[in-house]
Design a protein around this ligand. Sequence first.
Ligand code: FES
Length: 162
Amino acid sequence: MSEEMDQELVFGEMAAEAAESFGKGSQEGVKFAIRNCQDAFGCVSVSHQKQIAEAFGLDEKIVKAILRFMPSVKESPVEFEIVCCTGSRCAKNGSIEVIQAVRSMTGIDFNETTADGRIRLRSQNCFKQCKHGPNLMINGQYHHHMNKENAQKILEKILKQP
Ligand code: FES
């Protein structure tokens, strides 16, 4: 059995125990499981979210929504997880240029990780923050009113960090 599968089983048990002590559907319990997962694995991946949702008998979307209010939690074990809004209202406000800048500066596309493993790029179709768009989310924190220039400045800082 691979180490990854092993970890998934362990986390599945952890999530089931949390659901048992907090009760099915408990949002506090979900937060507890998310924090435990972040501490144990350094991230709360999509498959971890699925396991939490299953343990608590909730839709995965609810777990994701709770996770969004926990900015210190990462969805992947990279140092910087950059999520670009690809929704139509952000696009109307200029997100296409922002996304191009992010892609060209990082040298990667959506669902890819830089060769050094530091940065992962993802997309999301609308953060429900349209009036503040174009939006980027970096490690769970929103960056509103993005344009090519301010996105480049943020990326420069990230890329310069040792
Ligand atoms: S379209 Fe970007 S937040 Fe809604």
